[in-house]
Design a protein around this ligand. Structure first.
Ligand SMILES: [Zn+2]
Length: 195
């Protein structure tokens, strides 16, 4: 594993599901500086490896499709984290991505039998479909209210809040959470000085 893969893991990539990682492949640092990992050379191979997607053979990455799905995921996450529903336009994009042919098959896995979907063709369309499926399953079977966006407006990192009381507000306590604490305590001391 190389240094950038380690950095992605430390940031939280490769843990929750492909959908979270795709949304966060458009990354703002805590000061609002944007990086688009879809256009770079490192993130996509990491994403494919981390989620065990077969590397598509010789086909160029469909940047437009990836960006359309990513934008739909972000809009959906923004709506959900604000207590609203997934908007119809984003539902259409998700359903479009899900629309690949294939078959259902039963597999004996380490933790027992699993019903899985095997796409008729491997490649980018099936990767997009799997990514959309991971989100759809969180919506339909998980707890969509746990989908949140970092409270720092400059950061916008999307995460799935696993805390018991759904109390997590920040991508990380060390970066954005800490920055907010510093900001608050500065504001407090300013107020005290003004007294
Ligand atoms: Zn953040």
């Amino acid at each position: 594993m190389n240094a950038s893969h380690k950095r992605f893991l430390a940031q939280g990539h490769g843990k929750t599901g492909p959908w979270v990682d795709l949304v966060n492949s458009e990354e703002w640092d805590t000061y609002g500086e944007r990086t688009d990992h879809l256009s770079g050379p490192v993130w996509v191979p990491f994403f494919l490896r981390q989620w065990r997607f077969a590397k598509p053979s010789r086909t160029a990455r469909p940047i437009r499709k990836l960006k359309t799905l990513r934008a739909a995921l972000r809009k959906s996450c923004e709506a959900l984290s604000a207590g609203r529903r997934v908007p119809p336009a984003e539902m259409r994009v998700l359903n479009q991505a899900l629309n690949v042919t294939g078959k259902r098959q039963l597999f004996e896995r380490q933790n027992g039998l699993r019903l899985e979907f095997v796409p008729a063709r491997s490649g980018w369309d099936s990767i997009l479909a799997e990514t959309a499926r991971s989100f759809a399953e969180t919506l339909a079977g998980g707890e969509p209210r746990r989908i949140k966006i970092c409270r720092n407006d400059d950061c916008r990192w999307v995460f799935y809040d696993r805390t018991k009381g759904r109390t997590r507000c920040w991508c990380s306590d060390k970066s954005c959470g800490n920055r907010e604490r510093v900001r608050r305590s500065r504001a407090r001391s300013k107020r005290l000085l003004a007294l």
